[in-house]
Every structure is written in structure tokens, then in C-alpha cells.
Design a binder for this molecule. Sequence first.
Ligand SMILES: C[S@@+](CC[C@H](N)C(=O)[O-])C[C@H]1O[C@@H](n2cnc3c(N)ncnc32)[C@H](O)[C@@H]1O
Length: 262
Amino acid sequence: MNKDHEINRKHWDDRTEAHYIHRGYKVKEFLEGTFDLHPLELEEVGDVKGKTLLHLQCHFGMDTLTWARKGATVTGVDISDKSIEYAQKLAKEANIANTRFIRTDLFDLPEKLDDEFDIVFTSYGAIWWMSDINKWAEVVARYVKKGGFFYIADCHPLSQMFDGDKKVIEPYFHMGTERYYDETDYCAKDVVIEEEVGWRWSLGDIINALIKAGLTIEFLHEFPFCVYDKWPSFVKDDDGWYYYPDRKNDIPLTFSIKASRR
Ligand SMILES: C[S@@+](CC[C@H](N)C(=O)[O-])C[C@H]1O[C@@H](n2cnc3c(N)ncnc32)[C@H](O)[C@@H]1O
């Protein structure tokens, strides 16, 4: 058992409960039939009909279940008991069959799941929680079928360096284990996180770990927009992406990678 991951499991239980009922997560709209994924990942992942898809760090499963609505047979994995409990509840309420959710630390998944998948997927707010980038990539690669691929869209590591005025406030490179106390949740602002543990990984760390684990990089894309209102100054466009107000597009805020097992 990874002690630092266990620290995170506790606050993800609290955060999941708050997210599920928060307007920002749009559970009501999802139950009415809207899709939860962004055009970016829908386009870059492509047609999932008839495919098997493993969603790592699936939270309470709204993205996982959206892939199921698009025709994939899905398995969602998350460390938080509450995330898995709510994912199962959501699947039932939305009447989406052929879904499976597993509660486990991602690093322990090989002890619990023996399959391989056409697509392994993870997104927004995933990498920061991984204490060992090479171990993460090994688990990712372990589940990609020959001919299948891994896809990630996440917050760009470079974006962590800057505040809302583009002033440098943090380093870019890996700093070992970082501990934060009494932070506020990014969505449910009334939830205070007693202790959070995280790890910053550069784009090079991520890419090289995937290559080392045996995957072939198909593309790396970088975007000047972000999935949430990271800073109060951010402005939202019609597609729901957030930008710095000057729209100079000089700082990457999101990246995506597709890596295949040939
Ligand atoms: C920001 S959320 C990801 C949200 C995701 N994009 C979605 O589909 O809604 C991060 C998730 O990672 C999970 N997580 C954090 N550490 C983990 C670990 N070691 N193993 C598995 N899941 C983990 C948390 O429980 C949380 O649900």
C-alpha cells in the first residue's frame, strides 16, 4: 500500500461527495442525456463503438459512462471508495449497462484486473496524483492491447508555473513529494483539504516513461486553453474552455498524447 496515495484517497472521498452534487459537474444534465466529454478528446480518441475502454482515475464515472453511451464497453478505476460508489449509482440511474468499476490504487491494479483493452484513457487532473511516473506508465502500457492505444488529455505541466497574471510562481521540474495543507477544492470551493500529496512531472518525464514502458508516441498536442477556471482572471469561450484574458496563446494550458502498442 502506498501511504501517500492513501492520504489522497481520504480527501478524494470528501471531494467526490461534494462534486456529485455541485452544479459545476452537471450530473443532472448528464442524467438528462448530455455528454460529459469535450470535443477535444471525442475527436482525438475517435470512434469507440464496439471497443473495450479502460478509464484510469475515473472519478465518479461521468466520462466513463459517456464513452459507454458512445458504444464502448467500459471499465473505470479509481482509488476513492466514494468515487466508485457514485459511479455505480450513476450507471444505474442513467440505465447504462455493460459497465464495470473497480476501486483500487492505480499501482495495485495488476493484482486485480487481468484484461487488455483497445483503449486506455485518462484525463484532466490525473498525472499530479502519481508518485512514480515510470510505474504509472508500466501500468498504463500493461493494459493496452496489441494494436490498441493509450490517450491522455491533462493540464499542461508548464501551466503550473504561472499565476493568473503570468508571473512565475512555481518550478517546472520534478521536486519529489510535495505536501499541501488546507487547500481549497478547484470546484467545490467550500471543501478544504486537510492534506494533499502530489508530484509534478514534466512533459519529458511523461513521454519518456511511456516510451520506456514500450508504447509508441503517435502525437503530442499542446493547447492554450484549460478545462477549468484555474485563475479568477480566466475567460470562458463558447466551447467551455478557459483562457488567459489577453488570449495571447503564449502559455500551454492543456496537452494530449496518443501512444500505441504496435
Ligand atoms: C481530478 S479527478 C479526475 C477527474 C476525471 N477527469 C473525470 O473523469 O472526472 C482525479 C481522480 O484521481 C483519483 N486518484 C488519485 N490518486 C489515485 C490513485 N493513486 N489511484 C487511482 N485513482 C487515483 C481520485 O480519486 C480522483 O477521482
